[in-house]
Design a protein around this ligand. Structure first.
Ligand SMILES: [Zn+2]
Length: 542
């Protein structure tokens, strides 16, 4: 049988455990790589109907990027809400809110995200919202999506007043007299978010369809979606993605996770990790992991730490908090494993990472996918080797370091650079590493993070800021593997993310051949593919 497509040029197959695995040509048949090798060998298998794609001199082809941690529906919808990340000051943010209030008719909620009290130099307040949008119900998520800035009307609707106790795993920020000031940390945010009517399925469908095209233009051909950013007892996004896949309008591969509150629904529906959610759509939509949360975030100072935040003078121990207790993490992941569902656990601080590894350990070898710890921003050196030993993968988002470096140095002191964002040490210890962006927390563009993992600094940092923990730098080849092979490996898929015989023919053509060296890595921060192929089909060509 002749080949459908013959791609020739300089092609990285990522065959084996290390290196680029360069070949001169790959042959594609029925959406999969059929052969990889020399151009002359493959020429003999082509016929006049074989489509030919010849790379330009200097170009390379690699497998398409999979983002191992991207909240698909959330990121798609966020693209349509107020983006406070665009506001350098609190007043700028209030302007955006005032404009949204004029646009969105009452009694509709005004929603948005992207605020950061450190960038503004102060916590925002409910009173400030009341001045620009009196009487309106407003819920604005922080940049890390772990806290909510709410208006007085929103607080009233949620019944939050001076007498309301802090919920488990959350804090209602208050004035000296106990009056809520408008910021709800961690689980307290749910008191308001639960009131917001969920978006209509049609608007999610529309947003995801548009957003998937944007991902492809970046070279992203697949995502592991940790699930909605809000409670989701019925895994609503699954039905929406399925509708898109069945209409042939889901051009990327999606691995959709389950939230703790959706676990019963998933078990009842027989949803195991790796099974298809849209029969007949050729690996376009699968069940991913159960997603749990061990702790909060660096930005909100709620990451669970073994040792307190440097110079801590606030309330409590300064060691952050567990959003889910270690016992509960273990019980839920066991329950999921018994139903064939692997678990991933959000863990930022070193105490959370330690607890997550312990919770995942008992069932690590019994589940279809590798269990994963998400973020792993601070990992005690004693815990590094446990990833390989237990068979648990580390899912990390290098682009977080762009905004985190200064905060991490401040809050974690010397620990930040000796044990933080330690991707090289994790790799050297034998851990499987998968890259993602955590969009909409960060933009979905994978390339700045890839460059940052090699350079350990970001072009946005002032010139006098040194690289962050420079011994933790990856090579370009390690970084590209973490963005392609890594995510597939966490699904125990030995062909995905590579271009070897049997692999899905998902590839991107890049203008720059990667070589070692800082200039090359920096150029990668802005790279865009000239051609994107998914399942053997050219979806985008510039
Ligand atoms: Zn996330």
């Amino acid at each position: 049988m002749p080949l459908d497509t013959l791609v020739s040029g300089r092609i990285a197959t990522f065959a084996g455990g290390a290196g680029f695995g360069w070949v001169e040509a790959i042959g594609i048949r029925e959406g999969k790589v059929a052969f990889a090798g020399s151009a002359i060998d493959l020429e003999t298998r082509a016929d006049p109907h074989t489509q030919r794609i010849e790379l330009e001199p200097g170009e390379i082809a690699i497998s398409g990027i999979t983002d191992a941690h991207l909240h698909l529906a959330g990121a798609a919808l966020a693209a349509a809400e107020i983006n406070l990340g665009e506001a350098p000051t609190l007043n700028g943010a209030l302007d955006l809110v005032a404009r949204a209030a004029a646009r969105i008719p009452e009694p509709g909620w005004i929603e948005g995200s992207g605020w950061d009290q450190r960038r503004w130099g102060a916590w925002p307040t409910a009173d400030a919202l009341e001045r620009v949008a009196p009487g309106r119900r407003i819920a604005l998520r922080s940049a890390d999506h772990h806290s909510v800035w709410a208006s007085p009307a929103a607080l009233r609707a949620a019944g939050i007043d001076a007498a309301t106790p802090d919920p488990a795993g959350g804090v209602i920020r208050r004035a000296a007299d106990g009056t809520p000031d408008g910021v709800l940390l961690e689980n307290a945010g749910g008191l308001v978010e639960d009131l917001i009517p969920p978006p209509e399925p049609e608007s999610i469908v529309r947003a995801v369809r548009t957003y998937a095209r944007e991902l492809l233009a970046l070279g992203v051909v697949g995502v592991h979606d940790p699930g909605s950013l809000a409670l989701d007892p019925t895994n609503r996004a699954h039905a929406i993605y399925r509708e898109l896949a069945e209409a042939d309008e889901l051009p990327i591969r999606v691995h959709a996770c389950i939230r703790a509150d959706g676990l019963d629904d998933a078990i009842e529906g027989g949803r195991r990790s790796g099974i298809t959610l849209a029969p007949g759509t050729e690996g376009r939509l699968e069940v991913g992991w159960l997603k749990l949360f061990a702790d909060g975030t660096l930005g909100s100072q709620t990451a669970a730490l073994l040792d307190p935040i440097e110079g801590w003078t606030g309330e409590g121990t300064g060691r952050g908090l567990f959003a889910t207790s270690p016992e509960e993490l273990a019980a839920l992941s066991r329950r999921a494993a018994d139903a064939g569902i692997a678990t991933m656990i959000h863990a930022i601080g070193d105490a959370a990472v330690r607890a997550a590894l312990t919770a995942l350990a008992p069932a690590a070898r019994d589940v279809p996918f590798m269990p994963r710890v998400e973020h792993v921003q601070l990992c005690h050196p004693d815990d590094r080797a446990r990833f390989k030993a237990l068979g648990v993968a580390a899912s990390v988002q290098p682009v977080h370091l762009r905004a985190d470096a200064a905060k991490a140095r401040g809050d974690w002191g010397a620990r930040a650079e000796s044990a933080g964002y330690a991707w090289r040490s994790l790799l050297d210890s034998g851990a499987v590493i998968a890259f993602g962006t955590d969009a909409p927390v960060e933009p979905a563009d994978p390339w700045p993070g890839i460059a940052l993992s090699v350079l350990r600094r970001d072009p946005s940092w002032p010139g006098d800021v040194p690289p962050f923990g420079p011994t933790e730098a990856l090579s370009i080849e390690q970084a590209l593997r973490a963005a392609t092979v890594g995510p597939a490996t966490t699904r125990r898929d030995r062909l995905g993310g590579r271009l070897v015989p049997g692999s899905p023919a998902d590839l991107i053509v890049l203008p720059e051949a990667p070589r070692e060296g800082p200039e090359r890595a920096a150029a990668f921060a802005e790279v865009r593919p000239r051609l994107v192929m998914v399942g053997g089909e050219v979806i985008l060509e510039r």
